[in-house]
Design a binder for this molecule. Structure first.
Ligand SMILES: NC(=O)c1ccc[n+]([C@@H]2O[C@H](COP(=O)([O-])OP(=O)(O)OC[C@H]3O[C@@H](n4cnc5c(N)ncnc54)[C@H](O)[C@@H]3O)[C@@H](O)[C@H]2O)c1
Length: 254
């Protein structure tokens, strides 16, 4: 028997190959969870799975694109086949896209972002809920963004997609509350994942600007988002469902 906030829970993490997802895989494992990891980049996924197993955790990996319903289904099926159940899921996979004024955006940007950020969550929710219902419940955390709560400039489809994630979170929470499934969302502020660090590097002054808009004056580390998701997935907050937890150093409150 493992110990910790998520002891012996079987938890799926999507987009686990880097950033917040990789941090979540580590935090959830540290807290005693059995983790099922999925992402598109096989080499990084395998390396992370090996790292966790070397540290004594139980971890399985499955390559998949969450915008494809069958891939989301395979990830959930793997959890059920290997461990007999799915107790929780962190639907984290998502893309940002370049910052461009709305009227200059290419036609396909909308579909690309919506496919991953909204259809991806939709695909995961359907399969995860179907797996949780026969066991009488579970907990799901969707990764939205502060851009799901307020507008950020030159990112209209991203802002729309992250608002939609909150809509899906609330709808699913409402629909399955009586069946013991809790569905919540985290709304991270700027977080120092690879894409953000790369974006800061390509746009001089952007990091300072972002920090100046955040009362705590800095970006989050991926682990700080993962810790909040771990708590929402745990049994410590049984009466919490349909909520959105900003993890943003005070950004949306500013
Ligand atoms: N970094 C930030 O500042 C920030 C802020 C708010 C919200 N978020 C959200 O956090 C989540 C994780 O982002 P991150 O910052 O860790 O970036 P990241 O690029 O490091 O991680 C994104 C992960 O999602 C995976 N992914 C992308 N598309 C996928 C798909 N179709 N199927 C499966 N996996 C896919 C990537 O391979 C990667 O593992 C995203 O949903 C992002 O929108 C990030």
């Amino acid at each position: 028997m493992s110990r910790g906030l998520l002891a012996n829970k079987v938890i799926l993490v999507t987009g686990a190959s880097s950033g917040i997802g990789a941090a979540a895989a580590k935090v959830f494992s540290r807290e005693g969870a059995v983790v099922v990891l999925t992402a598109r980049r096989e080499d990084r996924l395998v390396a992370l799975g090996d790292e966790l197993r070397d540290a004594g955790a139980e971890a399985s990996c499955v390559v998949g694109d969450m915008s494809v319903a069958a891939d989301a289904g395979r990830a959930v099926d793997l959890a059920v086949a290997e461990y007999g159940r799915l107790d929780g899921a962190f639907n984290n996979a998502g893309i940002g896209g370049d910052r461009t004024p709305l009227h200059l955006m290419a036609d396909d940007v909308y579909d690309t972002i919506m496919d991953v950020n909204v259809r991806g969550i939709w695909n995961c929710l359907r399969h995860e809920i179907a797996a949780m219902l026969p066991r009488g419940g579970g907990a799901i955390v969707n990764n939205s963004s502060v851009a799901g709560l307020v507008a950020i400039p030159a990112a209209a489809p991203y802002v729309a997609s992250k608002h939609a994630v909150i809509g899906l979170t609330r709808a699913a929470a409402d629909e399955y509350a009586k069946q013991g499934i809790r569905v919540n969302a985290v709304a991270p502020g700027t977080t120092r994942s690879e894409i953000t660090v790369d974006w800061f590097a390509r746009n001089p002054g952007m990091e300072q600007l972002t920090n100046s808009l955040t009362p705590q004056g800095r970006a989050a580390e991926p682990q700080e988002i993962a810790e909040a998701a771990a708590w929402l997935l745990s049994d410590r907050c049984p009466f919490l469902t349909g909520t959105v937890l900003p993890v943003d150093g005070g950004f949306v409150n500013h």
